[in-house]
Design a protein around this ligand. Structure first.
Ligand SMILES: Cc1cc2nc3c(=O)[nH]c(=O)nc-3n(C[C@H](O)[C@H](O)[C@H](O)COP(=O)(O)OP(=O)(O)OC[C@H]3O[C@@H](n4cnc5c(N)ncnc54)[C@H](O)[C@@H]3O)c2cc1C
Length: 497
């Protein structure tokens, strides 16, 4: 509660906190009281009758049912009234922003605790979340990434326990449980072995395979230039990103978070007498009708994906010549996904394969269709003004590598494609999480550079811990704080795809 306490004090809302704490204490006493009475009653009347049990179940079900249909109507486009103030404002309603909104409202379930999500594109036409390929793996080199993805796997497996809504159909994230297959040349074999040791130590399950074993399991694979492979045995695969986003968003709204359609376009400031450092006070937003509104907040969270660097600039980060001089190094980088048909290609026995060149492919359904991609070299980065696809890039830089690894892909037929933005952290291609050292009421959750969707559950939970508990209670992500950018300490992830 430390950080929440601190911010609520700033806003002169001690009463809310007291109310929340009081409610918790009161609930404990009340619960104790109820339990005691029930035990006494049970003692009196022997066991509970079946009828009583049924009645209890009916009233419990009734209290859990979603009665406010407006919750869904609001999402379908009815313009909401823009509030003047809130406790936490989240800029960006993609998977990261929505996960944060969900975890915050789950932790502090009180009408008085107002969480607003500002989203400029409610149809998510260019959001990274919906253009991602939804892969989930623990085959990373950094402890933090492995741990976050382990929680991601647990979360997806039990998604209905977290995000299910009583009275609504069960959520099916369309999870395909298939291990990743990471391939290493002679140069990368030692590193692959070290990574695998760490991953297994932390709870992942994968095995190292020699070229002979690889060939035996995957006869369609060319292993000539391969020294070693690492195959995930559980907790890896791919799922539907859109389903995950919708589930987070719906549940956050049911718990009381409010989504506002509008673009964050600036901040206002409030001088702080205690430390003479300006505090962020209001967010300026522009609706699609062109209306300008300001919303006062206690805490702002930057979860604007690829455009988070721009939002940080609105708070003078990377502009002023003081503690704010270091910019948030997150920018859009265009990544292509190509979809091809290869009827003679590998069948069900086809993991998400990542070649040591960085080229990846996986099955898409069962009818000989695959998707694939490859991040360009730094010197080849395409322009980012639009999301047009470069087909020459496929012909020259992707297809030859695919055909080398799986000879039958020589005859593939390109069917379709799309492009999306990585929210690329130019410093070390990893998430940037936690408070900004100058503005104590500005928190980052961005920069995941192509592995953010699987980390969204852990990131949302971590941000809620920072705000509600004042410290990490589950996975310690302090190594991913913004300070590392200032101190020039890289948290480099080897397995970036
Ligand atoms: C091709 C591709 C493949 C990928 N594959 C994987 C994968 O296999 N596994 C994996 O884990 N990750 C993958 N990713 C990465 C993953 O999609 C992202 O890390 C994740 O979706 C980031 O979520 P986000 O909420 O931060 O960003 P977004 O989904 O982009 O959401 C940010 C939102 O902020 C809004 N916004 C921006 N600026 C403003 C503003 N000024 N005001 C209001 N709103 C604003 C945007 O409209 C957007 O909706 C992939 C990404 C791409 C592009």
């Amino acid at each position: 509660m430390k950080m929440l306490n601190f911010f609520l004090k700033i806003r002169g809302q001690n009463n809310l906190l007291q109310k929340y704490e009081f409610l918790q204490i009161q609930r404990t006493f009340t619960e104790k009281g109820i339990t005691k009475k029930l035990i006494e009653k049970e003692k009196d009347s022997g066991t509970m009758t079946l009828k009583k049990l049924k009645d209890n179940l009916v009233s419990m079900k009734d209290s859990l049912a979603v009665k406010d249909d407006n919750i869904l109507v609001k999402w379908m486009g009815k313009p909401p009234i823009i509030p003047l103030q809130c406790d936490v404002i989240i800029i960006g309603g993609g998977v990261i922003g929505s996960s944060i909104a969900y975890w915050l409202k789950k932790r502090v379930y009180s009408q008085d605790f107002r969480v607003l999500v500002i989203e400029r594109d409610p149809m998510y036409t260019t959001a990274s979340t919906v253009l991602s390929v939804g892969g989930l793996r623990q085959q990373f080199s950094l402890k933090e990434n492995i741990e976050m993805s382990l929680f991601g796997a647990e979360f997806i497996r039990n998604i209905n326990d977290y995000l299910g809504i009583y009275g609504q159909p069960a959520i099916d994230p369309i999870f395909h449980p298939y291990g990743y297959l990471m391939l290493a040349s002679e140069k990368g074999a030692e590193r692959l072995t070290e990574n695998s040791k760490l991953q297994n130590f932390l709870g992942a399950k994968n095995i190292l395979l020699s070229p002979a074993k690889l060939k035996n399991i995957f006869p369609w694979l060319n292993t000539e230039d391969i020294e070693l492979g690492c195959l995930g045995l559980e907790k890896e695969g791919w799922f539907d990103p859109w389903t995950l986003l919708c589930a987070f968003k719906k549940k956050a709204m049911v718990l009381g978070a409010q989504y506002i359609s509008g673009e964050a376009c600036g901040f206002t400031y409030k001088p702080n007498d205690e430390d003479l450092i300006d505090r962020l006070d209001q967010l300026v937003i522009k609706t699609k009708e062109g209306e300008i509104n300001t919303i006062q907040f206690s805490i702002a969270i930057v979860a604007a994906g690829a455009f988070s660097g721009e939002v940080a600039k609105m708070a003078k980060i990377g502009i002023e010549n003081d503690m704010r001089q270091v910019c948030l190094p997150v920018e859009p980088r265009k990544r292509y996904v190509y979809c091809f048909h290869s009827p003679d290609g590998p069948g069900l026995n086809c993991p998400l394969t990542i070649d040591y060149s960085g080229t990846y492919f996986r099955r898409e359904g069962l009818a000989g269709t695959f998707i694939c991609g490859r991040s360009p070299d730094e010197s080849e980065e395409p322009p980012v003004q639009d999301l047009n696809v470069d087909y020459d890039y496929f012909d020259e830089k992707v297809w030859p590598l695919l055909a080398n690894r799986v000879p039958v892909f020589e005859k593939l037929k390109l069917k379709s494609s799309w492009a999306g933005y990585y929210e690329f952290n130019t410093f070390d291609q990893n998430g940037i999480i936690g408070p900004h050292p100058y503005y104590k009421n500005l928190i980052f959750a961005t920069g995941f550079s192509g592995h953010g969707i699987q980390q969204a559950p852990a990131v949302g939970r971590a941000i809620a811990e920072i705000i509600v508990d004042g410290q990490y209670m589950t996975i310690d992500l302090s190594n991913l704080h913004f300070e590392r950018i200032i101190n020039r300490t890289h948290m480099s992830e080897i397995n970036i795809v």
